[in-house]
Design a binder for this molecule. Sequence first.
Ligand code: AMP
Ligand code: GLY
Length: 419
Amino acid sequence: MRVLVVGGGGREHALLWKLRQSARVTALYCAPGNAGTAALATNVPIAGDDVEGLRDFAARERVDCTIVGPELPLVRGITDMFAAAGLRCFGPSRAAAALEGSKAFAKDVMARAGVPTARHAVFDDAAAALRYVDEVGAPVVVKADGLAAGKGVTVCTTAAEARAAIDASMRRGVFGDAGRRVVVEEFLAGEEVSFMALTDGEAVVPLQSSQDHKRLGDDDTGPNTGGMGAYSPSPLVTPALERAVMEEILRPMIATLAAAGVRYRGVLYAGLMVAGGRAKVLEFNVRFGDPECQVLMLRLRSDLLDLVLAVLDGTLAGHAPAWEVHASACVVLAARGYPNEPAKGDVIAGLDGWDGGVVFHSGTAAREGTVVTSGGRVLTVAALGADVADAVRRAYVGVRRITFAGMQYRRDIGARARR
Ligand code: AMP
Ligand code: GLY
């Protein structure tokens, strides 16, 4: 089978790394890819959000199956466009991808499905949003409705901050059209967990739990990022909690969409806040998390392509992915200036010769025989271990081999799981 992976980050490198192990894969492409994916696949210089360009490429190269990494092409309807051209594409349709593309839509489906989540209200009018904040007070969370490159959420500890966030999003348009509508919601305390499942629109099959570190600095300080490291499994996700997440959150979401005529095929990612052994939904993503995907792919023993095809064929029922029973962890190495203004073009040393784990590339590019930084998150260093602490220790062994100017990373990945 000829397989195309759309995207160019660590998540996509991990998907390719796993697909390479599948006997059924005869050709692998990645669009646009990075310096790491080039070793596993043919990189194709088409941007991940150039949906027409990707469709034309897939048709021309007789690609049998396309797997989409990032949310933007999904929200723009890449799956529908491929289907119209008779091409198979793993990921939800545009209508289903609105779970990530519109937070108000996600909240509406959650309400209909009876899914536990923060109390909220949706506003198209800034004055009404400001009055609501005065009424409910702080802490409170202000979210741009649409995709805002991970920057659309402001957790506000004072009402003044919430008023400023509403003003910036709705009146000053800092997120463009994505922020003209906002969701204002109750602040939830607890610990965050990522829980992903595969679904063909009927069957819902859980993947392993994981936890991400969103803040740039140790002890969860500094600005929010796309994710600075992850580990799997999450010790918070007991068998009882996993059952509750499946029965109270993921299955009702898929069933509620199906009842409305929206068949969800792909990965559904629930970002959860866990407190007192119970989970509430913070957000849904319609794709694998990055860097959560990296730790999951390291632990997945089943053939990824088999699972992807079962989703596409609607034959997922009865599939139960096999996993490494122990743990995995990863540490993200970010460029200087990340997340605000990441520097590019710094030469990366120490990439070769480590066999204690896997170095997945994110923002890297090849230049004159060297590998240089070309994005905010540069590398994800991942390892398996006997438990989370061991996996973390092994991942840091890999980290210590790598250097580039201004390299930033957290020293405390997995600290909570190890306490
Ligand atoms: P989201 O993009 O919705 O996941 O939000 C980004 C981050 O904001 C989450 O990972 C949480 O850390 C935080 N967050 C979002 N919603 C809430 C909430 N209701 N209560 C507390 N923190 C939140
Ligand atoms: N690591 C969080 C995400 O992929 O959205």
